[in-house]
Design a protein around this ligand. Structure first.
Ligand code: NAD
Length: 304
């Protein structure tokens, strides 16, 4: 891929051919693609991994769910800004791939295989992380699972426990395990991955939507409780992002969410790198006065 130089940074550009949501621009379109959608079919350029930025120099960043999607893109992006990255994920193959990619680009990375919904596994992961990378100063609580838009009567106890267990309890377990190290280091920054489902119905099912509403509450309470110890806590709320989680639903005409996406002003889905850039801002010193905020990055899905 070609490289471009901006100031002191060398940033590899990734050209993404954006795929418009059928019938975007706020209404249905019988002739698709039509002239109104042409602008969405242009390429967009997104900054990706290889770079020599310094916005996270001297930071150690744990990223849960870092083997895929938004977490993977964030791992690459944070590493490109100088962070030593520790990828926590269930998927050892995916972890190895990300760690290898970061190291090949000249960055520093480690991987820890862990199920974040398991308290003892999380404690072991925190100990392993301390051993390989020292004190953690950046945490991205990002691992999450979807409930396939199941309404309440299709949600059995096992599904509820799995979704809440990863999306909310997992966040609690990981933060509780990592925070002492952050406080010992003199402070740090946490970004939690919420969702538009933190604000509206229809971005998930009963369990997913409940879990993401919880993530926003958790973010605000954490921010309230630990700001005085120099820990900033914020969240990102993505709309539809093309990742492993979403690939089977973004174009599934049988799901009501597709109808909602049709009317999103951006008229397209996001690439994970676009969310990684928002997360990077929030954990960097550029966001030094941002506490307890939830940054919505949804292509305008929720503005009306
Ligand atoms: N993709 C979207 O459209 C979208 C929209 C809004 C919010 N989100 C949120 O973004 C976050 C990342 O999702 P994504 O789209 O990148 O999905 P993804 O499936 O590509 O990545 C999720 C990662 O989390 C890992 N994971 C799942 N359960 C885990 C567990 N118990 N322990 C450790 N790791 C675990 C998976 O192995 C995977 O690598 C999630 O919290 C999701 O809810 C995604």
């Amino acid at each position: 891929m070609p490289s471009i130089t901006r100031g002191r940074r060398t940033t590899e550009e990734r050209r993404v051919r954006t795929d418009p949501v059928r019938g975007g621009m706020g209404g249905r379109c019988d002739k698709w693609p039509c002239i109104h959608h042409q602008r969405f079919r242009e390429e967009i350029v997104i900054e990706t991994a290889s770079g020599t930025g310094t916005r996270l120099a001297d930071r150690t960043a744990v990223i849960t769910g870092g083997a895929s999607g938004i977490g993977r893109a964030s791992a690459l992006r944070f590493a490109s800004e100088g962070a030593e990255v520790v990828v926590w994920d269930l998927d050892p193959v995916g972890i190895d791939a990300v760690v290898t990619e970061i190291r090949r680009a000249g960055g520093r990375a480690h991987g820890v295989a862990v199920d974040i919904s398991d308290a003892s596994a999380v404690a072991a992961a925190a100990a392993e992380t301390a051993g390989v990378a020292g004190e953690v100063t950046v945490l991205m609580n990002n691992a999450g699972v979807l409930d396939d838009y199941a309404p309440l009567l299709d949600t059995d106890e096992a599904l509820w426990d799995r979704i809440i267990g990863v999306n909310l309890k997992g966040m609690f377990l990981v933060t509780r395990a990592v925070l002492p190290s952050m406080i010992a280091a003199g402070g740090g920054s946490i970004v939690n991955t919420a969702s538009v489902a933190a604000f509206i119905a229809g971005g998930g099912g009963a369990a997913y939507t409940s879990s993401k509403h919880g993530v926003v509450g958790f973010t605000r309470q954490m921010s309230f409780d630990y700001a005085h110890q120099n820990v900033r806590v914020n969240a990102i709320a993505p709309g539809a992002v093309e990742t492993g989680m979403s690939k089977d639903i973004l174009y599934n005409e049988d799901l009501p969410v597709v109808e909602a996406l049709r009317s999103a002003p951006a008229g397209r889905h996001a690439q994970p790198e676009e969310l990684a850039n928002v997360a990077l801002f929030l954990v960097s010193d550029e966001a030094s006065f941002v506490h307890g905020a939830v940054y919505v990055a949804d292509g305008g899905w929720t503005i009306r």
